[in-house]
Design a protein around this ligand. Structure first.
Ligand code: 5GP
Length: 193
C-alpha cells in the first residue's frame, strides 16, 4: 500500500538493521486515517471468503483489526496478553516468544468468542519471526476455528515469518514488505501476486 510505504519512509525509524520504530503512527500514536485505509485494503483482499471474525493480538493489532472488521461487517476478537482470570473462565492459552522484547508471554483466547463455526482473518501490526501469528493460529486451532489468512501492516521480509506461515498453509498478505533496512535506508519489495 503506497500510503503506508510513504509513511514508513517519512516517519519510520530503523533503530538498527532489524527493528523499525513506528511509534508516531502505529505503536504509540495511531493515525486513524491510515488505519481506515489499511482496513479497506485488507477487507478488499480477503472479501468473499466467508470470514466470520477478525482476530488480533493486543495491543498494536487492534486499530487495523477494528477498521478491517468494520469493512467486513464482522466482530473483532482480541487475543489478550494479561486477561483477568476472575472475569474469564473459558480461556485457552499458549506461550509466545517476543521478537522485540526478547522475552516470552502468555497469549489467551476466550473460548466464548470463537468456535468451530468461525472462519477467521488474523490481523497484526508486524510480521518478523512469525511467533505471534503462529501462536494465534495454535489458539484458533484449539477451538477448531479455520483460518482464512493473515493480514499484516509491516512485514520484515528478511526475517523468516512469512516462510514459517506458508509452511503451515497460511496465506499472508502484507501492506508493506521491507526487503532490507539500515539506519538511513528502507527498501521495499512488492507483495506477491
Ligand atoms: P514475530 O512474532 O513475528 O517475531 O513478531 C511480531 C510481533 O513483534 C509484532 O506483533 C510486533 O508487536 C513485534 N515486532 C516485531 N518486529 C518489530 C519491529 O521491527 N518493530 C516494532 N515496533 N514491533 C515489532
Amino acid at each position: 500500500m503506497k500510503l503506508l510505504e510513504e509513511r514508513i519512509k517519512k516517519d519510520g525509524i530503523a533503530v538498527n538493521e532489524d527493528i523499525l520504530k513506528v511509534d508516531s503512527f502505529i505503536n504509540h500514536q495511531v493515525d486513524p486515517e491510515l488505519m481506515q485505509a489499511a482496513g479497506k485494503e485488507f477487507a478488499a483482499h480477503f472479501a468473499g471468503q466467508g470470514i466470520t471474525k477478525v482476530v488480533t493480538i493486543e495491543s498494536s493489532g487492534i486499530a487495523p483489526a477494528l477498521t478491517t472488521a468494520i469493512e467486513l461487517g464482522v466482530p473483532m476478537v482480541i487475543l489478550k496478553k494479561q486477561p483477568s482470570k476472575v472475569l474469564n473462565k473459558n480461556l485457552c492459552h499458549t506461550m509466545i516468544t517476543s521478537f522485540t522484547k526478547g522475552t516470552s508471554y502468555e497469549l489467551t483466547l476466550s473460548m466464548e468468542q470463537v468456535d468451530e463455526n468461525d472462519h477467521v482473518l488474523i490481523i497484526d501490526d508486524f510480521l518478523a519471526n512469525g511467533e505471534a501469528a503462529t501462536g494465534a493460529i495454535r489458539l484458533l486451532r484449539k477451538v477448531h476455528a479455520t483460518v482464512a489468512g493473515l493480514g499484516i501492516l509491516i512485514e520484515k521480509s528478511f526475517q523468516p515469518g512469512r516462510g514459517k506461515l506458508n509452511e503451515q498453509g497460511i496465506h499472508v498478505y502484507s501492506l508493506a514488505r521491507i526487503g532490507k533496512m539500515s539506519e538511513n535506508h528502507i527498501e521495499f519489495i512488492p507483495e506477491e501476486a
